[in-house]
Unconditional design. Sequence first.
Length: 139
Amino acid sequence: MEYMVEKFQCPGCANGSNTKCGYYDYNTRKQQCVAHTCGTYFGVNNPIALGMPKGFHKPGFHANGKAKNKIDLSLHKKGYDPEYDHLNVPVWAMEEDGFLFVRVFSPRINITWIDVIEGGSLDLCPNAIDVSSFIDEID
C-alpha cells in the first residue's frame, strides 16, 4: 500500500514527501497513513491534500468550524468491493488515472471519508453523482 500512500497522501504532506519521511504510519484498520497532515493551504483555514483530485482534496471542517488538516481515506487495492448501502452511502464518485474516488457518508454516525479503489469503476456505486460531469465548477 506504500505506493498508494505516496501517490495520494505524501504530496504536500507536512511530515514529508514519501513513506521514508520518518513519520510514515500505515494503519491497516483505517487503510491509510495516520501520520498524514495537509501541509498546503489555499488561504487561511483552507487546507488541501495535493495528491487527491479536485472534489476529493479538501478535508472538511470539525463541528466547531475549524478546518481539519487530515483527509479521511481508505485506500484499497484492485478487486475491492465496497458493498455500499443505506448505512454507507456513496455520494460523489469519479474515475481518474485508473482509480475510483468515492466520497462516502455514513448518516447513522455522521461521518464522511473517501474510498480510493485501484481499478474501480463507477459501476461499484451507481447511485453516486459523477463528479467528472461538473469538475470545472469545483475549486
